[in-house]
Design a protein around this ligand. Structure first.
Ligand code: GDP
Length: 139
């Protein structure tokens, strides 16, 4: 499988509950290399731009308020097949439907507060990595 990069976010619900360390540990154990890592709070505008594809959905205002409500951890992860493998480790969007052992099953509390984000395709990964991280951070 080809070496690939994906954009991961540990969302504010997980950071505020002190779960970032545990999630980072699982990332290491699963064999991902952390190419870049940054912890900061997103502005509402940044969250809106990031989730622009969902603009117009009923949950868009709540989602962007949530994503800018506290610190997040932004990560560039690298591994063979990283995009699909990170999605697998996170589990389904809705924690209630996520498989046992996945991050969202264990740490997510609602379809919105589902503890992590991951790019869903090579095109979105390219956009999302460059949205948050500079070329220098991705060297
Ligand atoms: P993902 O790729 O698994 O993160 O899922 P989506 O791209 O469909 O949705 C993006 C994010 O929006 C999800 O991770 C959730 O945080 C949130 N979200 C998705 N569906 C809903 C919903 O029906 N209600 C609310 N409040 N949030 C949602």
């Amino acid at each position: 499988m080809a070496e690939e990069r994906t954009l991961a976010i540990i969302k504010p619900d997980a950071v505020s509950r002190g779960l970032a360390g545990e999630i980072l540990s699982r990332i290491h154990k699963a064999g991902f290399a952390i190419v870049a890592i940054e912890s900061r709070r997103l502005s509402r505008e940044e969250a809106e731009g990031f989730y622009a594809v969902h603009r117009g959905r009923p949950f868009f205002p709540d989602l962007t308020a949530f994503m800018s409500s506290g610190k997040v951890v932004i990560l560039a992860l690298e591994a063979p097949g990283a995009i699909a493998r990170w999605r697998e480790l996170m589990g389904a969007t809705d924690p209630a439907k996520a498989a046992p052992g996945t991050l969202r099953k264990e740490f997510g509390t609602s379809i919105q507060n589902n503890c992590t984000h991951g790019s869903d395709a090579p095109e979105t990964a390219a956009f999302e990595l460059s949205y948050f991280l500079s070329g220098r951070q991705l060297l």
